[in-house]
Write a protein that binds this ligand. Sequence first.
Ligand SMILES: Cc1cc2nc3c(=O)[nH]c(=O)nc-3n(C[C@H](O)[C@H](O)[C@H](O)COP(=O)(O)OP(=O)(O)OC[C@H]3O[C@@H](n4cnc5c(N)ncnc54)[C@H](O)[C@@H]3O)c2cc1C
Length: 485
Amino acid sequence: MTDYDVIIAGGGLAGTITAQSISYYSNQNLKILVVDRNSEFFPGRKSLAGWVCGDACSKEAVDFMSNRIKVKWTRPEIEHDVKGVMAYSPDKETSIPFDGEGYMLNRQKLPEIQNERCKKMGIEFEYEINLTCLIYDGQQVIGIQGIDNKTKQPFKKTSKIVIDALGVTSTLRNGLENSTKVEKRIDRRDLESTGRYIMYFDQGQKDLTEFDPDYCIIHLDQDIAPGGYGWVFPKADNKVNIGLGIEKSFLDKRNKRLGKKDNVESLMKEYLKRNKAIKNPRLSEDPEDINNNSGIFQVSVRRQNDCMTSGGYMLVGDSAWMPKAIDAGGIGPALIAGAIIGNNISQAIEANDVSETSLWQYNIDFIKEYGYKTAGLELFRGLIQQMTNEQISYGMKHFLGNMDVESISKGEHPDFSGLGRIGMMIRGVMNKTVAKALRYTSEQNQWLVEHYNNYPKDPSDFDEWKKTLHKRLDEAFTKVEAFGT
Ligand SMILES: Cc1cc2nc3c(=O)[nH]c(=O)nc-3n(C[C@H](O)[C@H](O)[C@H](O)COP(=O)(O)OP(=O)(O)OC[C@H]3O[C@@H](n4cnc5c(N)ncnc54)[C@H](O)[C@@H]3O)c2cc1C
C-alpha cells in the first residue's frame, strides 16, 4: 500500500497541468500529491528570481490542452493576446511569422489559479519540501524523499508512480538509478542562459520591428545574443517582456571577436538601451510582477530526453528537456505532454502495471503529437548558431519559400524550397556554403522525422534505435560545425 497513487515532483507549469490531466482521465479517482520547494504564496516559482520566462504561448497549444483535459485559460492568467511571433533577420530586411495566434501569460497569476483548480479536484499539495532523491524497490521507483524546510525533518512519501516535473535542473533525473535509457545529464552546449525584464515604458520612436503590440518580436543577431536571440514581447501597449538568451561558447567567441567582456546581464542592458521604440523603461511594480520583474535562468534547447519513462517514473516539461530547440518555447510542449500523460498514467494504474514497459506508450504518444520534429530542430539550431549575421540575413532573404514559412509556423524544419528555384543564381562562396548547409539540415531532418516515427514500440528495441539516432546526430553536428569554420 502506497501513500498516494501518483506523486508529482514539482508544482510548476508542467506539474500542475499533469495533475489536472491525471485527475481528468481517472475521473478524480486517483490520490494525487504535488510537492514543491516553494511556499504556498509563490506557487510554481522557478527560483528566487521569480517565474523567469518570456511568457509567450501559442493558442494552438492552449487549445490542445483545453480540448483534451477541459482546462480553460482566461484572464487574468492570460495578460495579452498576440497575432503571432515575428522573427527578424539581423539586417531586419526579412521577417518570418510563426506559431500563429497566441497569448502573453502572467506567470505569477497562472499557478495561483491552477492550484486553486487542482485543490477543487481533490489534488493535495505539500509546500516547502526540497526534494533530493527517489525511493526504489528493486528496479521500481516507489516514492520521493527530501527535506521539509518548515520542520527541517526528512520528508518521505510513497506512490505507484512519480512524475518528475522539477524543471531543467531536476535532482531526481540527475540521480535516477533504475534506467540506462533515460539520459541523466545535458550537454552544456544544449543549455541557453536567458534573462528578461518585465517593464512599463513610454512610447519612443514608432518602429514595429522593435516593439509591436500585436506581435512577439524575435531578433536574430550574433552580436546582440550570440548563439540565441533577443525578444521583445508585448504585454500591453506600454508594457513589455524584453530579454535574450545566449549560449556560453558562442558568447565567448563573440566577445573575443569584438574585444568585449559581456555577460548575459550586460547584454540585456545593452539590448534594452538600443531599443528606440521603448523610452524611459521601468521595472513593473504591479502586485503580480513585483517579485518577478527581472531575472536570469537556464533553458534547454535540444530534443526531448531520448527516453522519458522507467519503472514507476516519468518525465514531463523542462525536466524532460522539452522546450523547442530553436526558440526555447517550453510552455507549448509542456501543455501537450501534460495533457497526454494523464491518459497513460490512469491506464497503467488501472491495469495495475506501472513497469517501464507499461509506461512506455507515453514516449510514443508524445512523439506522435510533438516529439517527432524536435531532433531536426535541434540540428537546425546548431546550424543557425554557426552562421554569421550576414549568412543568416542572406539565407532568410533568398532561400525561404512560402512552404518553408508554413513549416516554420508549425514549428517544423523547413525544406528550403527556395534553394531549388529554377534560374536561381547563388553568388559567392559564403552564400553557396549557406545553401549547402541548409539543404543538408533539411535532408537530415527528413531522416530524423522518419526515425522518430519508428520509435520502438517497447523498451526492448530502444538501445538499437538510440544507437542509430546518436550516430546520425553526431555525424550531422560534426558537418554542421564544419560549415561554420
Ligand atoms: C528566460 C526564459 C524565457 C522563456 N521564454 C519562454 C516563452 O516565451 N515561451 C515558452 O513557451 N517558454 C519559455 N521559456 C521556457 C518555459 O519557461 C519553461 O518551459 C516552463 O516554465 C517549464 O515549466 P516546468 O513546469 O517544466 O518547469 P519549471 O517552471 O522550472 O517548474 C519546476 C518546479 O519545480 C520546483 N522544483 C525544482 N527543483 C525542486 C526540488 N529539488 N524540490 C522541490 N521542488 C523543486 C520549482 O520550484 C518549480 O516550481 C523560457 C525560459 C526562460 C528561462
